[in-house]
Design a protein around this ligand. Structure first.
Ligand code: NAD
Ligand code: TYD
Length: 353
């Protein structure tokens, strides 16, 4: 059955992989990529599919109610997959209000618009909110986040995402809006903006800058290849139960320092460096305030109910990711000019780098 779907944040890291998957897998769907093109949005991420007949780009800010109304009126969507967000913890520490505006108020704007346009008939409609495992807070050495874990956000980023999750569920409970939510662990892969750990360190190894590890480097994250997240989003959008939440994770925990050493060794091989060359760039720097010690997702619900599991190992996914960055140095150069330089200097000032 044909559908019209608005994907918000489709020019960003995860959004671009979701847009590509939907545009190529569902030629009879109309996919509208709604994105404000902030520093994190980049239409170069979608060059290969931008001329597809079922793809449309709409530059719009989710804070702009009139723009949302115009786009809903024009396309009459059946579904929304909402990924647009401010997504970087360190930026949220520097500018929390930006996160309240986009992640909380922007999400409520989008909910209001969907409710308004769909109110006569919710049948066949779906508002899918893409969220993060960071809403659950931090784990100690053991345990996993399940869909029942109590929310306990610590950073302005995770607090804003937690708030948006609550609003999405409240619109389901209060107005009957058909919704589904997923909370995913750390993603990695091609097109990741080089402010996050893995692409930042790949870029710094290429440009021979220091690798700034926060605190003792023993913080743990559960990493998932972005294309596997996109596949999970496709499944949850089409088969997830109305009103439900699905946790998505990689079954793949790494302490930051172990991950960085693996990255260094893969990069040394690919760059033809002597073993140990890139590790010499590792520099321990002051910790991130409110730094969550460990995230780990129990993804057994989506596995049992929807049959999803990650398809690539971390070593394989990381190797593909590094290859993409080495083959796309122009992309890296474009995104690391201008605003990025100012961000980098401010974020890492006083540290070597
Ligand atoms: P990203 O920062 O790479 O991309 C965000 C996109 O949203 C950009 O294209 C940007 O232009 C757009 N955007 C930002 N503000 C907007 C606004 N006001 N109006 C319209 N568009 C706007 O983010 P990402 O890493 O791709 O994350 C996408 C979603 O997935 C986010 O909601 C994030 O919370 C969630 N998530 C991310 C991860 C991760 O590891 N990156 C993990 C779990 C969940
Ligand atoms: P990040 O990629 O920012 O994702 P998140 O904070 O959403 O998990 O960071 C991943 C981990 O890497 C986190 O523990 C913080 C750490 N980190 C560093 O040690 N140095 C850095 O320069 C960055 C950006 C992150």
């Amino acid at each position: 059955m044909s559908k019209t779907i608005i994907i918000t944040g489709g020019a960003g890291f995860i959004g671009s992989h979701v847009v590509r998957l939907f545009v190529t897998k569902y030629p009879d769907y109309k996919i509208i990529n709604l994105d404000a093109l902030t520093y994190a949005g980049n239409l170069e991420n979608l060059r290969d599919i931008e001329n597809a007949p079922n793809y449309i780009f709409e530059k719009a800010d989710i804070l702009d109610k009139d723009a949302l109304e115009r786009i809903f009126k024009l396309y009459q969507p059946d579904g929304v997959i909402h990924l647009a967000a401010e997504s970087h913890v360190d930026r949220s520490i520097a500018s929390p209000l930006d996160f309240v505006y986009t992640n909380v108020i922007g999400t409520v704007n989008l909910l209001n618009t969907a409710k308004h346009f769909w109110k006569d008939n919710f049948e066949g409609k779906r508002f899918y909110h893409v969220s993060t495992d960071e809403v659950y807070g931090a784990l100690g050495d053991t345990g996993f986040f399940t869909e029942e874990t109590k929310y306990d956000p610590h950073s302005p980023y995770s607090a804003s995402k937690a708030s948006s999750d609550h609003f999405v569920r409240a619109y389901h409970d209060t107005y009957g809006l058909p919704i589904v939510v997923s909370n995913c662990s750390n993603n990695y892969g091609p097109n990741h903006f080089p402010e996050k750990l893995i692409p930042l360190f790949i870029n710094n190894i290429i440009t021979k800058k220091s690798l700034p590890v926060y605190g003792d480097g023993l913080y743990t994250r559960d990493w998932l290849f972005v294309k596997d997240h996109a596949i999970a989003i496709d499944l949850v959008f089409h088969k997830g139960k109305n009103g439900d939440t699905y946790n998505i994770g990689g079954f793949n925990e790494w302490k930051n320092i172990d991950l960085v050493k693996l990255l260094c060794s893969q990069m040394d091989k690919k760059l033809g460096n002597a073993p140990g060359t890139s590790e010499q760039l590792i520099t321990y720097i002051k910790d991130r305030p409110g730094h969550d010690r460990r995230y780990a997702i129990d993804a057994s619900k989506i596995n049992k109910e929807l049959g999803w599991k990650p398809s690539v190992t971390f070593e394989e996914g990381l190797s593909q990711t590094i290859d993409w960055y080495l083959q796309n140095e122009e992309w890296l150069k474009h995104v690391t000019s201008g605003e990025y330089k100012r961000y980098y200097e401010e974020q890492y000032k006083g540290e070597e780098g």
